[in-house]
Write a protein that binds this ligand. Structure first.
Ligand code: ADP
Ligand code: MG
Length: 139
């Protein structure tokens, strides 16, 4: 298996509920390496651009509103099979369908406010880490 990179976003709901440390502990406990990390307030334009793939979906406006309502923590994660491993740790998009012990099962309230984002392919792991970080940010 290859060393991959993937982007995590701890979403505003999880930041509001003080779960930053809990979620980072899950990543670190699973052996994912944190290469870069920052807490930021997304602008409307950034949230719209990041989720542009969902622009035609009925929940797009609600999603942009949610993602900009408070700070998020963006993390560049790296590891063996990191994209799939991270998605597995997060659980299903809808927390009602997420497996026991996953981040979304433990910390998310609804399909919209679901605690975390994770890249969904190796290609998007590169595109999305580049969206928030310069190569020189990785330590
Ligand atoms: P994932 O985050 O698991 O990759 P998607 O890429 O399908 O899921 O959706 C992106 C985000 O849009 C979700 O994490 C969630 O915050 C929001 N979302 C997805 N589906 C819905 C929905 N039916 N209603 C409201 N928000 C949704
Ligand atoms: Mg997605």
């Amino acid at each position: 298996m290859a060393i991959e990179r993937t982007l995590s976003i701890i979403k505003p709901d999880a930041v509001e509920k003080n779960h930053i440390g809990d979620i980072l502990a899950v990543f670190q406990g699973a052996g994912l390496k944190i290469r870069a990390l920052k807490m930021i307030q997304l602008s409307d334009a950034q949230a719209k651009a990041f989720y542009a793939v969902h622009a035609e979906r009925p929940f797009y406006g609600e999603l942009v509103e949610f993602m900009t309502r408070g700070p998020v923590v963006v993390t560049w994660l790296e590891g063996e099979n990191a994209v799939a491993a991270h998605r597995e740790l997060m659980g299903a998009t809808n927390p009602a369908e997420a497996a026991e012990g996953t981040i979304r099962k433990r910390f998310a309230a609804s399909i919209g406010e679901n605690a975390c984002h994770g890249s969904d392919s190796v290609e998007n792991g590169i595109i999305e880490t580049n969206f928030f970080f310069a190569s020189s940010d990785a330590l």
